[in-house]
Design a protein around this ligand. Structure first.
Ligand code: KG4
Ligand code: ZN
Length: 334
């Protein structure tokens, strides 16, 4: 079965062709960071316009690279939320047009379900497991019982972890997206040079909070950095360690609370090497197993949407869309 996945929820125009749920034939991503970087964040109107300009080129490229024709596609899977509404509508209406024109079935996919199931592109994980989706818009801990059965255990009460990486990078003079820049700077820095606060919230809470950490870094840079002689690398390393420590500890707390020993960490921030290393280490100390999609499947991509769409169609055939009633939802929950 050939699935064409389409992802335009934020600032990446992406299309991928997936065979039988885990054989990836192509994975094309047009990243818009050159458009948004000078504004310090994503400009929704520019994102939507760039998707319109790129979406057909990206689809054509995905089909050519997979050496298949649009008529060969058995199923279309498209992100229907959460995300920027103008961006979502470009992907959704493109997919609807193809579906209407060729009679190809279409399923709508929740972007978070795409992130959650990205690991299945590489490995079939046994259910149930704990999953952390950690991205620019979300920091959500789930108990994953099966395909389509997700129980939210905790989430951020303010900024997402990726957002805090982006904001701290901006304070240090770097353009969006800041996560990879912080990771690179942190390699040169000393994480023990300063201790930033960790927000664990109430005892046993699996929620997160990163806005206090962000403010603390801002105050430190404004008032103390030059007098204490810390380099940008030290600040980046100390900040990254604070985020990584909280995420790792809450994963272990979630495993203990739910009595589970399998962990998946996914979403853009899961491409961070320090986070991968720390989670793998705390999990192995507790006798748990952990998996991380390859970095290219952690950040936004259409392969994960094709994978989630394939599972949805296979496990819930009635999820095939009623084209006229299908809509995009900016704040879609999982
Ligand atoms: O999953 P994603 O591509 O888009 C959303 O669904 O939000 O995640 C993007 C986020 C950005 O905040 C970006 O700075 C962060 O992931 N990110 C990283 C790294 N690579 C991307 N954060 C930390 N370390 C990285 N290596
Ligand atoms: Zn995402």
């Amino acid at each position: 079965m050939l699935v064409l996945g389409l992802e335009t929820s934020c600032d990446d125009t992406a299309a991928a062709v997936l065979q039988d749920g885990n054989k990836l034939l192509s994975n094309i991503i047009n990243d818009q960071s050159n458009i948004h970087s000078k504004y310090g964040g994503i400009v929704p109107e520019l994102a939507g316009r760039s998707h319109i300009d790129q979406v057909h080129k990206v689809i054509r490229c995905a089909l050519e690279s997979a050496q298949v024709k649009l008529r060969d596609i058995d199923l279309l899977a498209v992100t229907v939320g959460p995300g920027l509404i103008g961006s979502l509508l470009v992907g959704l209406n493109t997919a609807k047009g193809i579906s209407y024109g060729l009679g190809t079935p279409l399923v709508g996919v929740n972007h978070l379900e795409g992130h959650l199931l990205a690991i299945f592109l590489q490995k079939q994980i046994e259910f149930p497991f704990i999953a952390l989706v950690v991205s620019g818009g979300h920091t959500d801990l789930y108990r994953v019982n099966n395909f389509g059965q997700y129980q939210l255990l905790g989430r951020t009460r303010d900024d997402a972890a990726g957002e805090s990486f982006d904001k701290v990078a901006k304070m240090l003079g770097h353009k969006y997206p800041g996560g990879p820049k912080i990771e690179k700077m942190a390699v040169e820095g000393n994480a023990k040079a300063h201790k930033f606060p960790r927000a664990y919230l109430e005892k046993a809470s699996l929620d997160f909070s990163f806005s206090g950490l962000k403010t603390s870094v801002k105050n430190y840079i404004d008032k103390l950095q030059s007098s204490n002689g810390l380099s940008d690398g030290d600040i980046a390393a100390a900040f990254q360690e604070a985020v990584v420590e909280v995420l790792s500890k809450k994963i272990i707390m979630a495993c203990e609370q739910e009595g589970l020993s399998r962990v998946v960490v996914t979403g853009g921030v899961a491409s961070n090497g320090a986070l991968r290393k720390a989670v793998a280490s705390v999990c192995s100390d507790s006798g748990y197993e952990s998996w991380f999609p390859d970095p290219v499947f952690c950040t936004d991509n259409a392969a994960m949407i094709a994978c989630a769409g394939y599972q949805k169609y296979k496990n819930f055939p009635a999820s095939k869309a009623d084209l006229l009633n299908m809509d995009a939802t900016a704040s879609l929950l999982l």
